[in-house]
Design a protein around this ligand. Structure first.
Ligand code: SF4
Length: 314
């Protein structure tokens, strides 16, 4: 198997590959004729008609378990010890971990490399990456990227659609007239805005508040996936049709998605979909349904949400 092929397999298995930073310094050893056969001896062995059979595993094991007499060369080996001023190399001198993942492998397509790179970022790196992201055309029309806001250790993650004009101007999600309605919705179930984390499917505002294009949502998805991974919330509240359909990868109408508990991702995080506050401004009579959804989410968070594992807990 070639080195490249091996690295591909190891990367696919998530096994870090350790490569020497520089060639190992080999301490010179005295020549031992019995270990370094002269070429003529090799020739002689090759010509031997019946080479001795290899010892069986049982024999090798039994020999290994016997007390071994000191070999003739052991005493001489002391003479090959390094000089007094020689200091043993540390692991850092010789080795450095090379985590060869899709992010590093030049053979991986650029989009997959970007996803793998984002999947390893911490909060600071992630926010900086989003601020300077130019992966889709929305970077040309945004005032700024709206990364997300709130408690990084929140039990509740609220996910909306995309920044509107106010959000684009202020750099924070759910701060416009409709967005502000989210605050009393959360308070109704005993949650202050700062207790939850709020993010959007898209980090940049689509012009004229149009629906996100599938390609834009897909290119922006790694940011949200990493936010979810970092928060590990007990419950996701998908606010509005766009958020619910994107997160659940469906085109089912929001009216049919709300009212039940879904699961998101490989972590199977409970997810409840509900109407967007902007819809409630137009259809205030639907507030009752949102109230039902919020109570359902609260129950799902308490009963189904995995206990949140933080580094401090381990
Ligand atoms: S919407 Fe997302 S993918 Fe597009 S430029 Fe903004 S941050 Fe990047």
């Amino acid at each position: 198997m070639t080195g490249d092929r091996q690295r591909e397999y190891l990367a696919a298995l998530g096994i870090p590959l350790w490569l020497p930073r520089r060639p190992l310094a080999v301490h010179p050893q005295p020549a031992d004729p019995s270990l370094s056969p002269a070429p003529e001896r090799l020739d002689a062995r090759a010509e031997a008609p019946n080479p001795p059979a290899a010892p069986s595993f049982a024999k090798m094991q039994s020999a290994r378990d016997q007390p071994q007499p000191m070999a003739r060369g052991d005493a001489e080996d002391f003479e090959s010890l390094p000089p007094d001023d020689w200091t043993p190399p540390t692991t850092d001198d010789y080795w450095e971990p090379v985590f060869e993942t899709a992010a590093d492998d030049a053979a991986t397509p650029p989009a997959a490399r970007r996803e793998a790179r984002i999947a390893r970022m911490d909060w600071e790196e992630l926010a900086a990456e989003a601020r300077q992201c130019t992966a889709c055309g929305l970077c040309a029309t945004r005032t700024q990227a709206v990364f997300g806001v709130g408690n990084h250790e929140a039990d509740w993650l609220v996910i909306g659609e995309a920044p509107g004009a106010d959000e684009d101007r202020l750099g924070e999600p759910f701060v416009g007239r409709a967005g502000k309605l989210l605050n009393p919705m959360l308070l109704a179930i005993g949650l202050k805005r700062e207790q939850v984390y709020i993010a959007n499917i898209l980090k940049c505002r689509p012009p004229e508040n149009r629906d996100p294009a599938p390609a834009e949502a897909s290119l922006c998805r790694p940011f949200l996936e990493r936010q979810i991974e970092l928060i590990r919330p007990r419950i996701i509240l998908a606010v509005g049709r766009i958020a619910a359909q994107n997160l659940l990868d469906t085109d089912t109408q929001i009216g049919k998605l709300r009212g039940r508990v879904h699961r998101f991702g490989s972590a199977q995080i409970p997810l409840v979909a509900t109407y967007h506050p902007a819809y409630l401004l137009r259809s205030p009579r639907e507030k009752r349904k949102v109230w039902d959804d919020l109570r359902l989410a609260r129950r799902a968070s308490a009963i189904l949400g995995e206990p949140v594992r933080r580094p401090a807990d381990s």
